[in-house]
Design a protein around this ligand. Structure first.
Ligand code: ZN
Ligand code: ZN
Ligand code: ZN
Length: 183
């Protein structure tokens, strides 16, 4: 009896792909034509989407990546880092407080190896209207040593994240901030 290798039922073979038989139901459910290379593939085994959101085979999927920041697909060469495309990066650079998943492309290291530490300091303001003013004051004092991020656990605040630095460098770099923190 003809047998579908997918549902294992004795059904007429509708299509044979990669040495496996598919009944009509299984073929229409699982087999797709890649919209980039036009090759048939089993979408249950692996598939991806291209920039236009059309289904592509696993191989063609390697040309694309998903940007979490703008929630869409881009060609690999438009990738800035793991979380972000180049277009989003331009927007991000101008943002005072970055999204929670922001990571700088290159961390700056302050001091000499081997021991580096980072600080994440959560700041809660009295009101939402104060957040931007306080954030500007923090950046004015700490400069490029830190970047600011949103944090879901804060109500009207942000997180100050330092670049990696040795203990000696932290003691130096935080001085101005600790001596005169924004009030
Ligand atoms: Zn079947
Ligand atoms: Zn393909
Ligand atoms: Zn993006």
């Amino acid at each position: 009896m003809p047998c579908c290798n997918s549902c294992m039922r004795d059904r007429p073979v509708h299509e044979t792909f990669n040495g496996n038989n598919y009944c009509e139901t299984c073929a229409s459910r699982q087999l797709s034509t890649c919209s980039d290379c036009e090759v048939r593939f089993d979408s249950y085994v692996g598939h991806d989407y291209n920039v236009d959101g059309e289904m592509v085979c696993h191989g063609c999927g390697k040309n694309y990546f998903y940007c979490e920041t703008c929630d869409s697909r881009h060609l690999i060469e438009d990738r800035y880092n793991q979380y972000c495309c180049n277009a989003c990066r331009i927007v991000l650079e101008t943002q005072l407080i970055k999204p929670y998943n922001y990571v700088p492309k290159e961390p700056k290291f302050y001091g000499k190896a081997p021991f580096f530490m980072g600080v994440e300091l959560e700041v809660e303001c009295d009101a939402d209207s104060e957040v931007n003013t306080k954030a500007k004051q923090v950046v004015k004092i700490l400069g490029d040593f830190v970047y600011l991020k949103n944090d879901g656990s804060l109500i009207d605040g942000f997180e100050i994240v330092s670049h990696p630095a040795t203990l000696a460098q932290h003691k130096l770099l935080w001085n101005a901030f600790l001596d005169n923190p924004p009030k």
